[in-house]
Every structure is written in C-alpha cells, then in structure tokens.
Design a binder for this molecule. Sequence first.
Ligand SMILES: Nc1ncnc2c1ncn2[C@@H]1O[C@H](COP(=O)(O)OP(=O)(O)O)[C@@H](O)[C@H]1O
Ligand SMILES: [Mg+2]
Length: 256
Amino acid sequence: MTGEPLLAARGLTVRYGALTALVDMSWQVAAGEILGIIGPNGAGKSSCFAAMTHAVPRQGDVFLAGERVTDLPTYELARRGLRRTFQQNAFFGELTLLENAMAAMLREHSTSLPRSIALPWKEMATRRQAEAAAAELLSSFGIGPDEHGKRPGDIAYGTQRLLSVVLAYGSGARALLIDEPAAGTGGSDMKRLADLLVDLRRRGVAVVVIEHHMDLIMAIADRIVVIDQGRKLAEGTPAEVQRNDAVLEAYLGRAA
Ligand SMILES: Nc1ncnc2c1ncn2[C@@H]1O[C@H](COP(=O)(O)OP(=O)(O)O)[C@@H](O)[C@H]1O
Ligand SMILES: [Mg+2]
C-alpha cells in the first residue's frame, strides 16, 4: 500500500445476540486504492461494512483520514465522504435517474436548499444547475442522456447496478464501501462495473469492494482481505491470496 490510509478498521467485532459475525477485524485502504474483500456466504463481509458505517452496534474503531470517527452517526460519516452501497439495489423508484442523481447530490449540500426556496427564480436557476450537475455525474460514469429520463425500474439490471455505485459516489465520496456490485450480472455488465471501480480509483477514491466474482476482483483489486467465519484468514495481493494454502483450503478450493 502506498501513502497514509484514508480509511481504517481497527479491531472491529460485531455480535448479533449470541452470534458473533465479525471478530477483531482490521484493515486499511488508501486514497486511489481498491481493497477487495472476499469470503464465503455468511463470513461477515456485509457486517463489516455495517460496522464501518455505524449501522450496527460494534466494538473497535474506525479511522477516516487519520481521525477517529468511531462515535459519529451514519449520516455524519456519509457527509464526510464515507458511504456504502448495498447488496440489493436502493434508489427512489418513482424518480427518474436524473432526479435520483439530483437527490444524491443534494443530500450532500442540504444547507443550501432553504435559501433557494424563498426566491422562485433563484430556485429555477438552482434547479437548472442541479440538473446539469446530475446529468454530468451520470454521463461521466457512462450512463448516457438517453437513460436520464427513465425510472430505475425501466433500465437494464446491469445499469441499475452501476447506478447504485454512482449515486453513492454523489458529488464526490472519499471512501466507498461497495457490496457485491456484480451480483446477478455477467459478461459486458461485469466489464462496465470493473471499469467503473477502476475509474473511482483513478479519481482518488478509497474503494473497498466485496465481490464473489473471482475473476473480477482478482483483476482490479490492489490488495485482498479474505474473511472466513468472521475472522481475517489472509491478506495480500491477488497473486499472494490465490496461492495462500489456508485460502485454497477454506475458500477458493471449496468454490472450485
Ligand atoms: N441483522 C442481523 N441479525 C442477525 N444475524 C445477522 C444479521 N446480519 C447478518 N447476520 C448473520 O451474521 C453472519 C454474517 O452475515 P453477513 O455479514 O451478512 O455475511 P456475508 O456478507 O459475508 O455473507 C451470518 O451468520 C448472518 O446470518
Ligand atoms: Mg453480504
């Protein structure tokens, strides 16, 4: 890894009642780096994202840009640029793609809204600006203008997966936790998702991605953390992880 970590998990433990889903988990990721997280179903991967974003009770610490942010609520972490996507698509079904993108961008600038409401003409100008910015956001990630007026339910599933990531990025996330972006996709959709993740890295985002498609994650991740039964089983480059005996035995071997 190069540079200071932008985001770090330190000794995270998550319990759901009697079940311990994550045990003493630590990793870090730099700006402009892709960290892959892999492991079998039920290993604790999604719980790790929930722990990072303070969406579940947990022990341990989270650091963002060198600052301990463990006690901050989810929305404040999001405002500071730490955001996640979910395994399932999540957007406003009644809004167009453009309106979804506007909502995603406005959520980060909500303080400017009340002022614009007082003056209708100013609101118009603000709305036009917001529309232009939202269109630019979608287009810059490969979702073209012909799609902007559609509702999420009316676009291809592969594009919906892209949209989830783009909306989480909004007007510029610093760290993105992306949960199984390629779930249910294949072929050219997977390629588009891979390109999107690499694009986020190029923009300097610290990207953490959970993914089951081994060829995808091995191709784009700079480093990989392998989780099994809530614990870190291995960590290293894709090449190192693929020849790690414990990983082969516990996971990759089992999948093959
Ligand atoms: N909200 C929850 N309440 C109770 N148990 C949960 C909850 N979420 C996940 N679990 C359990 O915690 C374990 C880890 O789940 P999860 O983090 O979703 O794993 P993964 O994402 O690696 O498949 C599993 O045994 C799962 O059933
Ligand atoms: Mg999961």
